[in-house]
Design a protein around this ligand. Structure first.
Ligand code: ADP
Length: 534
């Protein structure tokens, strides 16, 4: 018989005492109780009774007849022994709530964090002297963990909510800034009295501010696409040199404005990479425009292209530099340097986060280095080289933005519920010599189509009475002599691929995302009118 079993019999005898039956019932009750129970006797808290749930906590070890400090040494330093001493000394019960204990179920056990609600209840003998302490405990580890998880979740929701509020504040600031310029200059132009030079500057400022807004919205959409995993690339082999050259050339006007020297060393050998050209151009533009943004007057920006085991682009500026604490985070979304300075310089802190994602989708890397504040920054982009020869990347002809084609004799039907939009589209068409008719609804669009027989249709997708795609399906259902084959261009605010497919499937020849450049629209009208079946 083991020491413990003997001690157990002894403790049983003690409980059963003189009144055997009542004592036996009590013993059975302790042993079967759905609580962790033990009885400790004397000032050293010697185990006198341990029920199976208590024993289960401490694994296979001798408890009965041993002082608690000796039997469970790992509890030393966790506060329980001091509490037992206190209860034995004062005779005051102690109630513990969600108390943390690290328990070992055996010798090799590293210890496990658990939580208990418990009562240390003093026990008195017949002379009202304290003879021991009875322990009742309930394990609440699961409840505590679940509550902590809930608390963490609540805290991260609160944090996300704060970030969202800050983000909305930054967005509204960023969207308002260009609007101030647009509104201000538009009002000034209406008032008149500006000399020719100032009028030109006003128009330039309006254009610039509008483009800044478009860029902000594009970045936000890209960010949403990245977050939902919907950003897709259209890869082909291109010559990186042909992409970098125009990007560097495009930097010149902004750099000249700040008297910044551009030192480009791109070499002349082709540099084939597998890429989505417009997305790669977006990455390079982002880094280059940051370089201009953060470099003061009279600084230098150098751009290098190296071909070795991969293609390596270095863009170094002599500007503001980046503090070491910020450097590891500049590719995080919504992360900007000193908010004061960044607010003045504009931006949402999304450009580099998008750039890193895009470069990673190309199988490459983008890194930043800076010696610190005021000491310039170098961005290095690595891209894998392609084996095939790259086609030249041809950027859209910048002159198209100003050179309008002639559209004499072409009839354009414009269907758009937004009065300002249809008026400006009509004005562009008329400016090129076309005839234009505008309608605000699909129903009147169908009516005008039959009566007036335009050469092409420009149609908004979000119409009040009928979706633009459905409108076009109705058009295509008409007989040719009723205008059923009239070429059509869709204007949409959505750029999702599914939306584009839906638009083309309904019978549109071209779709364009708003806002559209007037010259692009005029060229599209020319192209569609030329394609119509005579
Ligand atoms: P933003 O559009 O707000 O500039 P980015 O993601 O492009 O956002 O850049 C994030 C931050 O990285 C900037 O706010 C700035 O603090 C820092 N940064 C980026 N490029 C440079 C640079 N060339 N020189 C100094 N700081 C830079």
């Amino acid at each position: 018989m083991s020491v413990d079993s003997r001690a157990e019999l002894a403790s049983r005898d003690r409980i059963e005492g003189r009144d055997k039956r009542a004592g036996s019932n009590l013993y059975t009750l302790f042993m079967q109780a759905p609580a962790i129970i033990c009885v400790l006797r004397g000032p050293d808290h010697v185990f006198d009774l341990v029920n199976p749930l208590y024993r289960q906590l401490f694994g296979d070890r001798e408890l009965l007849g041993k002082p608690v400090r000796e039997a469970i040494p790992e509890l030393e330093g966790q506060g329980f022994f001091e509490l037992l001493d206190q209860v034995f000394r004062t005779g005051e019960p102690y109630i513990g709530r969600e108390s943390r204990a690290v328990l070992k179920s055996g010798d090799g056990d590293a210890g496990q964090e658990s939580f208990f609600n418990f009562i240390y209840q003093p026990m008195y003998d017949g002379r009202k002297q304290i003879e021991g302490v009875m322990v009742f405990a309930f394990e609440v580890t699961e409840q505590v963990r679940a509550r902590r998880e809930m608390e963490q979740l609540a805290e991260s929701l609160r944090q996300a909510n704060r970030e969202k509020d800050e983000f909305i504040a930054v967005i509204s600031h960023e969207l308002r800034t260009p609007l101030t310029s647009i509104l201000g200059w538009a009002r000034m132009l209406r008032l008149g009295g500006l000399d020719e030079q100032t009028q030109l500057e006003a128009l330039n400022a309006i254009e610039r501010s509008t483009q800044a807004q478009v860029k902000l919205i594009e970045d936000l959409l890209d960010e949403a696409r990245i977050a939902s995993g919907k950003l897709r690339l259209e890869m082909r082999t291109i010559d990186l040199l042909s992409l970098l050259q125009p990007a560097v050339a495009g930097l010149v006007p902004a750099a000249e404005g700040k008297n910044i020297l551009i030192d480009a060393d791109l070499g002349s050998d082709p540099c084939p990479v597998l890429a989505d050209p417009s997305r790669l151009q977006q990455v390079i533009w982002n880094v280059l425009s940051n370089a201009v943004k953060f470099t003061p007057h009279g600084g230098t920006i150098s751009i290098r292209l190296r071909r070795a085991e991969d293609a390596r682009i270095d863009i170094r500026d002599s500007g503001a530099g980046i503090e070491p604490e910020l450097l590891p985070h500049i590719f995080d979304r919504f992360r900007q340097g000193d908010p004061g300075a960044s607010q003045r310089r504009g931006g949402l802190g999304l450009g580099l986060a998008i750039a890193r994602h895009l470069v990673a989708l190309h199988g490459g890397t983008i890194e930043a280095q800076s010696e610190g504040e005021g000491k310039g920054t170098t961005f290095t982009i690595h891209l894998p080289l392609a084996t095939a020869t790259g086609e030249r990347f041809v950027e859209r002809d910048r002159d198209r933005k100003v050179a309008l084609p002639r559209l004499d004799g072409i009839r354009v039907l414009i269907v758009d519920d937004e009065a300002d939009n249809r008026e400006v589209i009509a004005a562009i068409a008329q400016r090129c010599g076309a005839e234009a008719m505008v309608t605000a609804t699909a129903a009147s669009g169908l009516d005008v189509l039959r009566r007036w027989r335009p050469d092409m249709i420009v149609c908004d997708i979000a119409l009040p009475d009928m979706d633009g795609c459905l409108f076009l399906e109705r058009v295509r259902a008409l007989a040719p002599e009723e205008g059923g084959q009239t070429p059509a261009l869709a204007l949409t605010v959505l750029s999702a691929r599914a939306e584009q497919e839906r638009i083309l499937a309904s019978g549109f020849q071209i779709y364009r995302q708003k806002p559209i450049e007037p010259a692009d629209l005029a060229h599209d009208i020319a192209r569609l009118a030329a394609s119509r079946v005579a």
